[in-house]
Design a binder for this molecule. Structure first.
Ligand code: ZN
Ligand code: ZN
Length: 285
């Protein structure tokens, strides 16, 4: 059997329930169906907004990974199927470089029949995620232009009222007039609509996370060919090219099989055998 046949046999042509709203299936379904040999179903009565929304009208119940898991379990319960895929994204300032925007997309596959679960992810600074306390129309228009409106939608909110999915200039004007009149003493905020259907930039990264999931599934154990042979640990200590001492850079990645427990150490995942002295604590303190 080749890799693809092994994977298709593993998932056994089952139905995979896609726990998603906002048309994420457009980018996810073709990849999952072709690569995993499953048939994707999107339940019409699935409300994933109950697990939290970007516009904060409903708070998240857990962190990103937990939320994705909850969605997948909920889809399995609701549908009676044994295979589900869920996706979840977060936006905000970059955790290490807070002056940069940040988007992490996760795609989670839960296979109850095989007792198998795996995350794919995509991390990027390529996101239009932004908001602006609105002072003038001119500022709002400039904001819209900067975030790629109208291909990317915006939302306007004040107090507990939120108007989402604004994709036309006329509609934007109407909403702004309405909100500024109604909340003349409060802050009116305009922000990007991060729902996948309204945000082509985000859609692209959901696709990348789906591809990452598939790539990880296609990584097979060298001993027993079980899918999802992936990194469980990263070891620091790449040696400095100049002084030969250990740096904080990754020297090896450890892979472990979920089935037979086979462990494999792969050296130099970055492709470099030594660290640049600029990354060395001793050469460049
Ligand atoms: Zn194995
Ligand atoms: Zn050094």
């Amino acid at each position: 059997m080749n890799k693809k046949e092994i994977i298709h046999t593993f998932f056994n042509r089952r139905i995979g329930v896609l726990a998603t709203m906002y048309h994420k299936e457009k980018v996810m379904s073709p990849l999952l169906e072709e690569q995993l040999g499953i048939k994707i179903k999107v339940p019409i009565n699935l409300d994933t907004d109950q697990f939290g929304t970007f516009t904060r009208d409903i708070e998240r119940v857990g962190d990103q990974a937990e939320t994705a898991k909850l969605k997948a379990r909920y889809a399995i319960e609701l549908s009676g199927e044994t295979l589900a895929i869920a996706s979840e994204g977060v936006f905000g300032p970059h955790p290490v470089m807070p002056w940069l925007p940040y988007n992490r997309e996760m795609v989670f596959l839960l296979d109850q029949e095989n007792k198998f679960e795996l995350f794919g992810e995509a991390i990027t600074t390529d996101t239009n995620y932004q908001y602006l306390p609105m002072k003038s129309r001119e500022e709002a228009y400039a904001f819209c232009e900067a975030v790629g409106f109208p291909e990317h939608a915006v939302v306007v909110r004040a107090n507990h009222e939120i108007i989402k999915g604004i994709i036309e200039k006329e509609q934007l004007d109407e909403v702004m007039t309405y909100m500024q009149n109604k909340y003349s003493n409060e802050e009116v905020i305009i922000e990007t609509d991060m729902r996948a259907l309204y945000n082509p930039t985000r859609m692209k990264h959901i696709q990348a996370a789906t591809e990452d999931l598939i790539r990880k599934i296609y990584s097979l154990c060298s001993r027993c060919s079980y899918p999802g042979f992936e990194v469980v640990e990263r070891r620091e200590g790449l040696l400095c090219r100049c002084c030969g001492l250990k740096t904080k850079l990754i020297q090896a990645e450890i892979y472990r099989c979920k089935k037979c427990g086979e462990i494999e150490e792969r050296l130099y995942p970055s492709g470099k055998q030594f660290a640049d002295p600029s990354q060395c604590f001793f050469c460049n303190p």
